[in-house]
Design a protein around this ligand. Structure first.
Ligand SMILES: Nc1ncnc2c1ncn2[C@@H]1O[C@H](COP(=O)(O)OP(=O)(O)OP(=O)(O)O)[C@@H](O)[C@H]1O
Ligand SMILES: [Mg+2]
Length: 278
């Protein structure tokens, strides 16, 4: 297989027409491959991500889960040596099609990272509105958007009387929910979460999981987690990634979370979800 530059990949596709539909969007990944330089790190990945469901990506360290997530909102191409092949459809339209702008994809497919990354000196209110400013989206009623976003992120009651305090004045768990509020304020159809609870204590983790349970009915969520209990608690579907020694990452198995944890087809899936390796 030859390495493809981003340029040909992005210029040989049909143009995406129409504006983003409201609400949740499904994604469909077809034969996706990803490289860093000459290093093929993901190969032949097919995944259906249904709308208004929570899909968990599981698998050992280094198998390409974060790379895959970053391919879903065109963050992969921010790395200079990055390349890809295959298709990523959002509501049936290829996000790598010619004429589709990465910024527009990122408005529709938001992201929350492992380490909470609020702007520490900015107020809680301005943090919620920060993504909007970056995406150049105007709102007529910022106060109501701040309130709604913080309610959806499960943080409103804790911060309603201190919206002018700096982001840094919040606990780690509150900061992560602030980052979720910031992502939701932009109105994404899909929210990507890369190990959003790995830096959090159990109570904060529970709060974030409650938030996922609530918004997971409104928008589409794709979450990477190393915590098998968490995958079982929050997700409807799971995809198990694995990279054999010296090989690129692939999806070994995908399906409903219940099936993946109780009667997977592949013994490697069973071994992984029961904690026998990884
Ligand atoms: N910016 C980069 N430049 C070069 N190689 C990278 C880069 N980011 C990741 N890789 C490589 O791509 C492969 C997949 O990494 P990735 O971070 O996607 O794995 P992961 O499954 O998210 O791992 P973890 O569970 O530890 O977060 C690894 O071999 C990694 O070294
Ligand atoms: Mg990762």
């Amino acid at each position: 297989m030859t390495t493809l530059d981003l340029e040909p990949v992005t210029t040989t596709r049909p143009v995406l027409h129409g504006g983003p539909p409201p609400g949740a969007s499904g994604m469909d990944v077809i034969d996706l491959c990803a490289w860093f330089g000459d290093n093929l790190v993901l190969e032949g990945v097919d995944l259906v991500i249904p709308p208004r469901e929570v899909t968990a990506l599981i698998g050992p360290s280094g198998c390409g889960k974060s790379t895959f997530l970053r391919l879903l909102n065109r963050m992969h191409e921010l790395v200079a040596s990055a390349a890809l092949a295959g298709e990523v459809l959002l509501d049936g339209e290829d996000i790598y099609a010619r004429g589709v702008r990465a910024q527009d994809v990122r408005k529709r497919v938001g992201m929350v990272f492992q380490k909470p990354n609020p702007f520490p000196a900015e107020s809680i209110r301005d943090n919620v509105l920060a993504g909007l400013k970056l995406a150049r989206i105007r709102t007529d009623d910022p106060d109501s958007l701040v309130e709604q976003s913080l309610i959806r992120a499960g943080l409103w009651r804790e911060v309603r009387d201190r919206l002018a305090d700096p982001g840094a004045s919040l606990s780690g768990g509150q900061q992560q929910r602030l980052c979720i509020a910031r992502a939701l304020a932009v109105g994404p159809n899909v929210l990507l979460m890369d190990e959003p609870c790995s830096a959090l204590d159990p109570t904060s983790t529970r709060r974030v999981e409650e938030t996922i349970a609530e918004i997971g009915h409104e928008i589409t969520i794709v979450i990477v987690t190393h915590n098998m209990q968490q995958a079982q608690r929050v997700s409807d579907r799971c995809a198990f990634f694995l990279a054999a020694e010296g090989e690129p990452g692939r999806i070994v198995e995908q399906g409903s979370t219940e099936t993946m944890f109780t009667s997977p087809r592949d013994t490697r899936t069973l071994d992984y979800v029961s904690g026998r390796f990884g």
